[in-house]
Design a protein around this ligand. Structure first.
Ligand code: ADP
Ligand code: MG
Length: 687
């Protein structure tokens, strides 16, 4: 039984198609047969010709009543026509440039046609329909799955390949059941092979519903179980830290140059109470871009430091870490709290110095990037771990950091607002605090979506801003999604764009660029110069997506905005509008797709990250929760977190029940579950 066999061995898959399938994430037989449709077309119920409505998709069963007529219409183009009839009326079928279809039709024989109805001179007509002879059901006469596709792979081809894949699975004796018998029984779920067959090729709508129910349940249950396993791993019976109740957060708050918002104060109160109790804190702090999360982390770290504990502040990029470091120092230096910055690329000597001071306890707060996760980074008494922009980190990294202390308090910060009910379930192991208010005097960022053709006007607009003394960001198109921060293609793109802007468009201004592959020192230098106003226009990849704070920057242009997710656009846009100046975001886009237009519209209409992330989910699907997360919400193969919320709740209940009885899933009856989780999450979390 080998379901992991390469998809290239499946009938109908040649070298070219392998590449296309790989693009869809299909590498193995198992990937193939679990590549689920995104929708279905019911081509099983015929309509009478006289009942057809203009513009609808319809299936007609009718007899050919004319000869197949082939005419030339213009240079090299031909048109084919066929008249058909059922008991209720006549219709015309039209094709273009397909004279060879002639041999497929005979007068007096019955066929099935499926396509979009158009009225021509009051007569029912269908252009280029799919069809079958009445005794066949290749393309019609059944419910047809519609798959998400990639370039040049058609529905028909992929459907056929999946059919062959399912056939192969059958020959291999079927997929192994992933859910325990008792669960199938108790929740009335059908067995895996039936579900898998029916999710692709349901005979009736009810078949599909039952299949989907099972697969959704399985997906959500396994996620919930994985989360619970994770929680069990984190949660030992050991006690957490009780921070000093005599250390008052208000001592720092009173020295700040601004008043905290009510929401910030409330959240700090929640954290403070948490820190003072013995139970260790596991808290998610949500707040839209610019809501002021950093200061909350800083004040919490102050509390830890003055209570005699070290803090670790983990940021996803060196730029952000450096910025945090400077902010922390600005405020905490006067309290004799020692902050340090640990990012990769430091000299060996410098690094050793930091590591030894950390181990001796001389450093109170260590701020840095992934570099802090390394084994040789040893704290004397780590009491607080803060992860900024948690969606950029896996759960595993969060855990790894916490393991450097003895049950330290953990605060994860995220700008991806998700509905509270959902958050409670997805982050089952975390308490949640929300900053639901922006600091006063924030100006809304005016956003325009502009077609690429209007480039010149956009450039004039940038010019105007720069002339007024402001600065601009130009964000490079996303070339290829990649695991790394910046792929080498992104690099090329940023350099090309820089040449264009510096040499051709704005020779009179100082244009610079920044990308993730630069040495931390270089990045830092560029950001500092930008902050000091020595650079007018900064071309950047998405490295600036998180956190960067330059109040004088008032305009951001995002190239090829259609390629970015909404949540990401919102994050990027959050880089402007941070000062006293009216700020703008220009989304330069290409393409007329409905989806593109709708997405651009959402961005122009709202500045509310909550609305945007919800829309993003609806329009695009979600990111990946356990691994290289983009949005902070797990990417599900079949479940939909908005419509399947009831199943999600049920799955959570069931998961808790299972784990209550069998903490580590060691009972014989739960073996399939253990395997399921292992297979699915193995390289993401440790179970
Ligand atoms: P985010 O929540 O996106 O991480 P930051 O913590 O970077 O936001 O804060 C954005 C900016 O707002 C920073 O310059 C910060 O100093 C400032 N800020 C934070 N809280 C307040 C406040 N209560 N009033 C005014 N400015 C604030
Ligand atoms: Mg931030």
């Amino acid at each position: 039984m080998d379901f992991n066999e390469d998809v290239k061995y499946i009938k109908g898959v040649g070298p070219n198609r392998v590449i296309l399938l790989n693009k869809l994430g299909i590498y193995t037989l198992n990937d193939l047969v679990t590549y689920y449709p995104r929708g279905y077309e019911d081509r099983s119920k015929p309509k009478n010709i006289c009942e057809c409505k203009n513009g609808e998709l319809a299936l007609i069963e009718a007899i050919a009543i004319s000869k197949f007529i082939d005419t030339r219409i213009s240079k090299g183009r031909t048109m084919q026509k066929l008249a058909i009839r059922d008991e209720t009326g006549q219709a015309t079928i039209t094709w273009f440039n397909q004279p060879y279809l002639k041999s497929r039709f005979q007068i007096g024989k019955k066929y099935r046609f499926y396509g979009k109805v158009e009225f021509q001179y009051g007569r029912v007509s269908i252009n280029s329909p799919v069809f079958d002879e009445i005794e066949n059901t290749n393309n019609t006469g059944k419910i047809i799955p519609i798959y998400p596709l990639t370039f040049s792979l058609t529905q028909n081809i992929l459907r056929k390949i999946i059919e062959n894949g399912l056939e192969k699975v059958k020959q291999l004796g079927g997929l192994q059941e992933t859910l325990p018998e008792y669960i199938l029984k108790e929740y009335k779920l059908e067995e895996i092979n039936k579900a898998n067959q029916n999710i692709h090729f349901p005979k009736k709508f009810e078949d599909f519903k039952r299949a989907r129910k099972r697969l959704v349940f399985e997906e959500l249950l396994s996620t919930q179980l994985a989360l619970l396993q994770l929680k069990n791993n984190n949660l030992t019976d050991k006690k957490g830290i009780k921070f000093d109740i005599n250390v008052k957060m208000s001592d720092v708050i009173n020295t700040l140059p601004f008043n905290l918002t009510k929401a910030q104060l409330r959240v700090l109160q929640e954290i403070d109470e948490n820190m003072e109790t013995e139970k260790s804190m596991n808290r998610l702090l949500q707040g839209d871009v610019g809501s002021g999360k950093t200061i909350v982390a800083m004040i919490s770290a102050y509390k830890a430091a003055k209570s005699g504990y070290q803090s670790a502040i983990l940021a996803p990029t060196a730029i952000l870490a450096t910025q945090h470091y400077n902010n922390f120092k600005n405020i905490l230096d006067k309290f004799d709290i020692k902050c340090e910055l640990l990012i990769s690329g430091l000299t060996k000597k410098r690094k050793e110095e930091i590591l030894s001071k950390l181990e001796s306890g001389e450093i109170h707060i260590l701020i840095g990037t992934h570099a802090m996760l390394e084994e040789n980074v040893i704290f004397k008494n780590l009491g607080l771990v803060v992860t900024d922009e948690q969606h950029r980190f896996g759960v595993k990294q969060r855990t790894k950091m916490a393991e450097k202390g003895q049950n330290p308090d953990v605060l994860v910060m995220s700008a991806t607002p998700i509905p509270r009910t959902l958050a409670l379930i997805l982050y089952g192991d975390l308490d949640i605090s929300v900053i639901d208010e922006l600091p006063p005097n924030r100006k809304t960022i005016e956003t325009f979506a502009v077609s690429k053709r209007l480039e010149e006007r956009i450039n004039n607009f940038i010019k105007k801003q720069v002339e007024e003394g402001r600065q601009a960001y130009i964000v490079c198109p996303l070339v290829e999604e990649s695991e790394e921060e910046d792929s080498s293609n992104d690099l090329k793109a940023v350099i090309t764009l820089h040449e264009l802007y510096q040499k051709e468009i704005f020779p009179e201004y100082k244009v610079e660029y920044i990308h993730g592959k630069m040495k931390p020192k270089e990045k830092d230098e560029i950001m500092t110069r930008f902050k000091n106003g020595e650079i007018d226009i900064l071309i950047s990849t998405t490295v600036i997506e998180v956190g960067v704070d330059v109040p004088n920057a008032s305009i951001m242009v995002i190239e090829d905005a259609q390629r970015f997710g909404l949540a990401q656009l919102h994050q990027l846009r959050g880089r402007v509008g941070r000062g006293e100046y009216k700020s703008y975001c220009v989304l330069k886009y290409e393409g007329k797709g409905q989806n593109t237009k709708e997405r651009m519209k959402v961005m122009c209409e709202t500045n509310d990250g909550f609305v945007i992330s919800q829309k993003d989910l609806e329009l695009r699907g979600s990111g990946d929760f356990f691994g290289t997360a983009q949005h902070g919400i797990p990417d599900f193969k079949i479940a939909n977190l908005f419509t399947d919320i009831e199943v999600l709740k049920l799955a959570q209940e069931v998961a808790v029940k299972i784990v209550d009885r069998d903490k580590r899933l060691e009972n014989e009856e739960n073996k399939p579950l253990k395997k399921l989780i292992k297979d699915k999450f193995t390289d993401r979390i440790e179970i």
